[in-house]
Design a protein around this ligand. Structure first.
Ligand code: CUO
Length: 653
């Protein structure tokens, strides 16, 4: 077969300068001479997907090149999925890469990038291929207007430049204090990639079933909300309030962001009332959907298409609700429950031009790459999260017996190294932001951003195993804020909903005392900094040339919170947190017998393991996902312990 290095090289070449024509002779040939009716079809599902896409090409029905692309526009999405369909049905790399080359020259660039990314993520043919960070491929969606202007000027005047990118807004806007979070390029890559790993349009006919997809939707966005709130508390702000259809959208937003083609992202003033969006939905419809979902939660069952009740008062309930609320193709009774969350994104994205009077392009809320820039994103997701909470709060609290892990006791939790955050400068390439038109030569252009980072640290956890045999333990670590913005301490039941999951992993515990050591860099919630396209090219070229293996395993997934954002910012004088370690029975709550559970690594806590069941059998967020009316239950079990820590923020590193 084709080596991973060669595949990596092909993907690099396909993504290089996506607004220009292909440059690499092999691909150019595939794109021009490849016979779509003959050769191409041999390698796919009998050619069905290709024939469909080809006929759209011939009839010139596809979205033009040099136009914005939105996954939430039905027809635009269908077209992108036609290309995805072709790629995912390939049985050989040759088919994959040649089709990609062929259609790269014929479909819209945004659709091409989307289809290729999702196909690489989900196709077995592309396993071990590392996708370059999207902020380099489509920089417009990750940087602002000002930087783009400067990049063009640099190119036209042939003057290399490195431009400092500042966060949107001014000091007058309180929300700007936490813009570093919503505008973080790595966080945005995580968010958009999560939605590529778990597309709402996914159907099992594409090749595999995605385990606990609805629950993951809940958990990942719950964690994004919790993290956002912790950043706010770090900056003397209150936790974010939910959005509501009948109230004003308090925060306006001026994105200062521009499409590569199609003008600026529209703004929204403060305190406007929700408007019906022509062709999308009326506010009233949204309220009706919400009521139906809340009714289902109150009754403890949802109603399927046949009118049958499905019990949700159990651990699977959250998965049903996640699929319904998002909604995904795994949803139940779309007719009745609609698509509350997805429609809300579109509606928020169009509030600047709800009647389509001004022909404005969609707002930032309509793209997963840009959505978190808008403060209304976190209000929307708090609203969604509160609906999920209503369900979780209906389930009975865990009992002492359920929480206990007999014979296992956490004796000590120690942190080696300080929990200290700081801002650092990071540079990324902007070469894709500008065209190669007019035969103007490329010059070096890049953006400099401030990013949150922290010093590495290590957990040393002393755990006794008083059983007569070794046991497998699941170790779950959470960081929880202790007080609100006024210093008023949270009760356990309030605080648990704001906890950040910082790690989850498995360890064998020998009989007697164990010291479990775990480095912050190994967190299963996070991913390391991805290599740039340039690095990927250098590494892949060298490996192909030298006929060597390409070792980039640790970068295989870009779904996962950037490791540098593992900790919330904290405060210069130290911010108080509760660090909780829950040690539970790994034999009982681990799913993947086919995998060496202690070595799962990667980023399974928020992103699962591609093509496998979710490794942890417990509800996501366990044991903090349910009400804690009586904290003594937690205090009495020996396998759950916590300690107080402080997170310091240093302006100087
Ligand atoms: Cu990720 Cu709303 O689901 O942006």
């Amino acid at each position: 077969g084709v080596s991973v290095a060669k595949k990596q090289q092909d993907i690099n070449h396909l993504l290089e300068k996506i607004y220009d024509r292909l440059r690499h002779p092999e691909l150019v040939e595939a794109a021009t001479t490849f016979d779509p009716e003959g050769d191409l079809t041999m390698y796919t599902d009998g050619g069905e997907a290709v024939r469909r896409l080809m006929s759209e090409v011939h009839q010139q029905r596809l979205l033009q090149k040099h136009h914005w692309f939105s996954l939430f526009q039905e027809r635009q999405r269908e077209e992108a999925l036609m290309l995805f369909d072709v790629l995912i049905h390939c049985n050989s790399w040759r088919c994959f890469v040649n089709n990609a080359a062929y259609f790269r020259e014929r479909v819209n660039e945004g659709q091409f990038v989307y289809a290729l990314y999702v196909a690489v993520i989900h196709s077995d043919l592309a396993s071990h291929v590392v996708l370059p960070p999207l902020y380099e491929i489509t920089p417009h969606l990750f940087t602002n207007n000002e930087i783009i202007q400067k990049a063009y000027t640099a190119k036209m005047t042939q003057t290399p430049g490195r431009f400092n990118m500042s966060f949107t807004g001014s000091q007058k806007n309180r929300e700007q204090r936490i813009a570093y979070f919503g505008e973080d390029i790595g966080l945005n890559v995580h968010h958009v990639t999560w939605h590529m790993d778990f597309p709402f349009w996914w159907q099992d006919s594409y090749g595999h079933h995605i385990d606990r997809k609805g629950e993951l939707f809940f958990w990942v966005h719950h964690q994004l909300s919790a993290r956002f709130d912790n950043e706010r508390l770090s900056n003397w702000m209150n936790v974010v309030d939910e959005l509501h259809w009948e109230e004003v959208i308090s925060e306006g937003f001026a994105p200062h962001t521009i499409y590569k083609f199609g003008g600026e992202f529209p703004s929204r003033p403060d305190n406007i009332h929700f408007q019906d969006v022509v062709g999308v939905a009326n506010v009233r419809d949204m309220i009706i959907l919400e009521r139906r979902i809340r009714d289902a939660i109150a009754h403890g069952y949802v109603i399927d298409e046949e009118g049958q009740q499905i019990d949700i008062m159990n651990e699977q309930g959250i998965d049903y609700l996640g699929n319904i609320i998002e909604s995904s193709m795994y949803t139940t009774n779309l007719q009745y429950y609609g698509s509350l969350h997805n429609t809300a994104h579109i509606m928020l994205g169009r509030q600047g031009d709800p009647k389509g009077k001004y022909n404005l392009p969609p707002g930032v809320m309509e793209h997963f790459e840009t959505a978190t820039r808008d403060p209304s994103f976190f209000r929307l997701h708090k609203y969604i999260d509160n609906i999920f909470k209503e369900h979780k709060d209906n389930l009975s609290p865990y009992t002492w017996e359920e929480l206990e892990f007999p014979g296992v006791a956490v004796r000590e939790i120690e942190i080696e190294g300080e929990l200290k955050t700081y801002f650092e400068q990071f540079e990324f390439n902007l070469i894709n932001a500008v065209d190669r038109s007019n035969n103007v030569e490329d010059v070096e252009i890049s953006a400099n951003v401030n990013r949150l980072n922290h010093q590495d640290f290590t957990y040393n956890i002393i755990i006794n195993n008083d059983n007569e045999v070794d046991v497998l333990a699941t170790i779950r670590i959470f960081l929880c804020p202790r007080a609100d913005e006024n210093g008023l301490e949270f009760t356990w039941d309030e605080g648990r909903w704001h906890c950040i999951e910082t790690d989850k992993f498995w360890r064998k515990l020998s009989v007697g005392e164990n010291t479990v050591t775990r480095h912050s860099t190994d967190s299963s919630v996070t991913v390391p900094d991805p290599p740039s396209l340039e690095t990927l090219q250098r590494r892949a070229d060298a490996a192909v040339e030298g006929d060597q293996e390409l070792h980039l395993e640790e970068y295989e997934r870009s779904c996962g919170i950037p490791n540098r954002m593992l900790l919330p910012k904290g405060k210069s004088e130290g911010m108080d947190f509760l660090l909780m370690v829950a040690v539970t029975d790994g034999e009982m709550d681990t799913n993947n017998d086919q995998l060496d559970v202690t070595e799962l690594g990667g980023t399974h806590a928020h992103c699962g393991v591609r093509g496998h069941t979710f490794p942890d059998r417990r509800p996501m967020g366990y044991p903090l996902d349910r009400r804690i009316p009586d904290k003594r239950v937690f205090e009495q079990v020996t396998n759950i312990e916590s300690t107080f820590v402080k997170v310091f923020h240093n302006t100087q590193h």
